[in-house]
Write a protein that binds this ligand. Sequence first.
Ligand SMILES: Nc1ncnc2c1ncn2[C@@H]1O[C@H](COP(=O)(O)OP(=O)(O)OP(=O)(O)O)[C@@H](O)[C@H]1O
Ligand SMILES: [Mg+2]
Length: 256
Amino acid sequence: MIEVESLTKRYGTVRAVDELSFTAHSGAVTGFLGPNGAGKSTTMRVVVGLERPTSGTATVDGRRYADLAAPLHAVGVMLDARSVHPGRTAFRHLLAQARTHGISRKRVDEVIGMTGLESVAGRRAGTFSLGMGQRLGIAGALLGDPGTLILDEPVNGLDPDGVLWVRRLVRELADEGRTVLLSSHLMHELALCADRVVIIGKGRLLADAPVQEIIDRSTGAASLEDAYLQLTADSVQYRGRSADDSATTPTAGSTR
Ligand SMILES: Nc1ncnc2c1ncn2[C@@H]1O[C@H](COP(=O)(O)OP(=O)(O)OP(=O)(O)O)[C@@H](O)[C@H]1O
Ligand SMILES: [Mg+2]
């Protein structure tokens, strides 16, 4: 179980996370949603001790990450699939992680098999495509057979077969009683795999409920995407414009 309580993380004047509280329960997949810059990755980094909270707490099974004796066995994390030594092979990368916890080579082979990377395990991770890198990141998260998994946009870059695989994998992990916290911008995918969703905007909690309840509570919403767009309408910080909108921008009339 992941418990985030009154968590605030400030970077200078930016409140990346603002008095945020929620619980990701064991035996469930909790989807973590919010616009770009809402504070999802920051929250996840605080949970795994990569950032110190400005105030509030984040714990896994009642303990701060820093107090866990064998973190890889407690929490599997995939935050940034690119944070791999590019010159190391996938196998060596996983083996190095495994050795910090006395995890066997057999388990390394197992997670390589689970993520479908057998044919490229001997290749340098720096030569991997986006999706291959994501798979390697997921393999690393599974290594310690942890009771809690924190996956930041795990399906980003995966092919349709990979997306389906992640959906089944997180379902299985939750059905085994594990806690899964997963962020994604793919509403349709989340509606299919999450039991509950936590939606944040500008660091603050906007909604925390089962998927169907979120949809039912939003007027006229037929899907999670509809409900999400309503809930986050005032929290979007970066909104692109179409060419048609340019007439209303300060550059209107420019000859460029
Ligand atoms: N190390 C840092 N230093 C300064 N500001 C930061 C740092 N990390 C994050 N931020 C800021 O905190 C806010 C939240 O960022 P975060 O990466 O948590 O958002 P996110 O919800 O994961 O967004 P996305 O969907 O784009 O991944 C942003 O305004 C970001 O610029
Ligand atoms: Mg992020």
